[in-house]
Design a protein around this ligand. Structure first.
Ligand code: ATP
Ligand code: MG
Length: 483
């Protein structure tokens, strides 16, 4: 049954190639603001085994590079929002594993030379000749694959970045390895971990490392979809299936055909919907709401939850059969407090991002600020760290982030150094009135909602949790009040 399902494969950990996929096209990023030229280059490269991505501004290019480094970049030196030189400098500063070919306007040999000095591998004068472009790109990719090989030897020891993750700690090395081993298979991956630990990045990394990387990645949040809409969201509906179904619509499962379907907050799915999901997983086919036909789809499932799934099974919230069916490859994302050595590198990463977004110029953290960050318990994990840095950057200016800038941002519970907390020395705790945690939590949620005029997403941002956490807490509050 399992092998025929098209979703749950066997042998999840069979080790595949560890880095580039033989036969997988190399990714090439074209950075050029002229759309006509982009299509000309696409045509020139139509015969090459490359997957082309494009960016029409410097900002978009930096974004792409930050997300995932393409094997090669064709870089126009003149962009509407910044010079290509700036992008080159970034690639060099962050030692991104990519080879750059610079495209220069005629007569600007000086800038080409400058670009080569800044680390470009080659340059082509505009108007670019098709044959010359292909040769330059092939050479660049050749060079890139060689340096990739060298890098992969280095990386098989230790990596400080991986597919959107920052962190070189041993628990993250284990996560990176697991993602790589799991990616080639179609077996379902079940990601667990507290809120803000990077479960969504993990799901994307699995997709991006897999042979399905050029297919769609469709994410649905099971906690945020009203129960009556769930089936049609997942499997689609036919025209007239229910009031409001004016056209036939594909659901998430069908949209993900040939790619990956990410079911986030799996434990929040209604048991009735779980039964339908199980049927889908077992048969590899779905039926739209109101439809007759069983349609086949080829989808790789990745699920995530920030709850303990076995506990959810014990409480009857997660069906045992679906749990065991989906838990073929479990990956657990460690909380930030279990990888303290990653805190500062991640903080520096977010500082760079916030500088860019807010046009600030912080060069780093003062020793006291660094100590403060390292000593925090980070109950909201990386997301909380990210928000804290961003807020501090927005509210302040200067060359160095000082401890005071962070103190204002971190909540009192986070401010107490770890030892003080353990010893219960922190003054504000001594005076605090004790009451049931869930009650305090509900009050806090209500205050946040009131402050945001009922906007759950904004309240979630304030509390640094995901919106579904709020829905869930409200739901369980309502249940315990009625029961
Ligand atoms: N190791 C990491 N390096 C860099 N950024 C990270 C890392 N881990 C998480 N993040 C960032 O932290 C934020 C939260 O991550 P993500 O949304 O993947 O968490 P999650 O586990 O899905 O949380 P939730 O359960 O609340 O949905 C994102 O902005 C993500 O980019
Ligand atoms: Mg998430």
């Amino acid at each position: 049954m399992e092998g025929s399902s098209g979703i749950v494969g066997q042998d999840p950990t069979a080790s595949g190639p560890r880095h580039a996929w033989p036969g997988t096209p190399a990714r090439v990023l074209i950075v050029e603001d002229n759309l006509e030229l982009i299509s000309v280059y696409r045509r020139y490269l139509a015969t090459e085994a490359v997957a082309i991505d494009t960016a029409t501004t410097g900002r978009a290019a930096l974004q792409r590079l930050a997300e995932d480094s393409p094997a090669a970049v064709l870089l126009d030196l003149r962009l509407p929002d910044m010079g290509g030189q700036e992008i080159l400098e970034r690639i060099r500063a962050e030692r991104l594993p990519t080879t750059v070919i610079v495209l220069t306007g005629c007569g600007s040999i000086d800038s080409a030379v400058e670009a080569m000095r800044a680390g470009a591998y080659d340059f082509l004068a505009k108007p670019v000749d098709g044959a010359r472009l292909r040769v330059a790109l092939r050479n660049a990719l050749e060079r890139q694959s060689l340096s990739h090989l060298v890098e992969s030897y280095r990386q098989s020891f230790e990596r400080d970045r991986f597919r959107g993750f920052v962190g070189a700690s041993p628990p993250m090395q284990a996560v990176y390895r697991m993602i790589e081993r799991a990616a080639p298979s179609r077996a379902c991956v079940f990601i667990t971990g507290e809120s803000g630990t990077g479960k969504e990045i993990c799901a994307r990394a699995i997709h991006d490392c897999s042979p399905r990387r050029d297919g769609p990645f469709i994410a649905i949040n099971c906690g945020a979809i009203p129960r009556e809409l769930f089936e049609s969201e997942l499997f689609g509906h036919t025209r007239g299936a229910f009031t409001g179904a004016v056209t036939t619509r594909a659901g998430a499962a069908q949209q993900a055909n040939g790619g990956t379907l990410f079911l986030d907050e799996l434990c929040e799915m209604e048991p009735a919907a779980q039964a339908k999901l199980l049927r889908f997983v077992q048969s590899g086919t779905l039926r739209k709401v109101g439809g007759e036909r069983h349609e086949k789809v080829d989808v790789r499932l990745v699920c995530a939850t920030n709850r303990d799934p076995l506990d959810a099974v014990a409480r009857g919230q997660l069906r045992e059969d679906i749990y065991y069916r989906l838990r073929v490859i479990p990956i657990h994302m460690p909380p930030l407090r279990e990888k303290p050595d990653d805190i500062l590198p991640i903080a520096r990463h977010f500082l760079a991002v916030a500088n860019r977004e807010e046009r600030k110029d912080f060069g780093g953290f003062s020793p006291q600020a660094a100590a403060l960050l390292s000593g925090c318990p980070w109950p909201g994990n990386v997301r909380q760290l990210q928000n804290a840095i961003r807020t501090a950057v927005i509210l302040n200016a200067g060359e160095t982030v000082q401890a005071e800038m962070l103190r204002g941002v971190l909540c009192p519970a986070d401010r107490a150094p770890a030892e003080d907390r353990a010893a219960g020395k922190s003054g504000c705790f001594e005076q605090m009135r004790m009451r049931p945690l869930r009650e305090a939590e509900r009050d806090l949620i209500e205050v946040a909602l009131a402050r945001c005029r009922g906007n759950v997403r904004r309240a979630a941002e304030l509390l640094q949790v995901s919106p579904s956490t709020i829905y869930r807490r409200l739901k369980s509050g309502a249940q315990s009040a009625s029961g």
